[in-house]
Design a protein around this ligand. Sequence first.
Ligand code: 5GP
Length: 259
Amino acid sequence: MKKGKKLYEGKAKIIYATNDKNLVIQYFKDDATAFNNQKKSTIEGKGVLNNRISEHILSNLSQIGIKNHLVTRLNMREQVIKLVEIIPIEFIVRNIATGSITKRLGIEDGTVLKEPLIEYCLKDDKLGDPLIAEEHILAFDWASKKEIEKVKKMILRINDFMIGMFRGVGIKLIDFKLEFGRLKVNGKDEVILADEISPDTCRLWDSITDKKLDKDRFRKNLGDLIPAYTEVAKRLGILHEQSNVSAVNVTKLSSVKRK
Ligand code: 5GP
């Protein structure tokens, strides 16, 4: 497969064309941003860990029938993915209230929700990804009713699976963000899971200590982001137990072969 020109550069990833018009290469950068780009940094090794963790989660989801854009991981920072038309909505899934919802609604941090809550945000950095209602999605034709219903079913299945997967390794899945895209299959539009699922897009707390193992370490200046992401990767069985927790070692992950 030949890597072509850069098609798009986002905050944490770059998309390149390939010689197959249906496939693109997704490159994971080390850049970290928060608060709508107001806080920025580069954290050496983050892209490598997110590439591995997202590959692991998306391949597992594929095995339980959740269609997604991942084709294969190419190397330490790149994946081949299916080119989709991204639905311009961030689907936020919450199991425990923390982050923006606690401030917005005055809910106590750590409140366990009776049922998973799905929120919709318009994917628009200039507007700060505002919270929207399902009615807005329909009114402005960002997705059809049928697509939303299909996505909601997929989200609940993904959430169930991920809660179990993380619980098995001593991690609580607090909340996460998903994106979906449209793909033409035999002339018909199909909605599949897209983007990444990683500690950049999930809140993950240690089951016993509630230690944050996700991007909140960057957002809240808690430090030790790479050791936290490495811990997640190790617990998921992606990294060898003996791997030392350091950015330098993370850059050596390229030598760890795919399972
Ligand atoms: P909150 O709305 O509390 O800030 O975020 C809820 C969840 O969605 C968190 O797990 C957070 O990481 C994820 N999330 C929301 N918006 C974004 C975003 O623009 N980028 C990333 N990487 N994650 C997001």
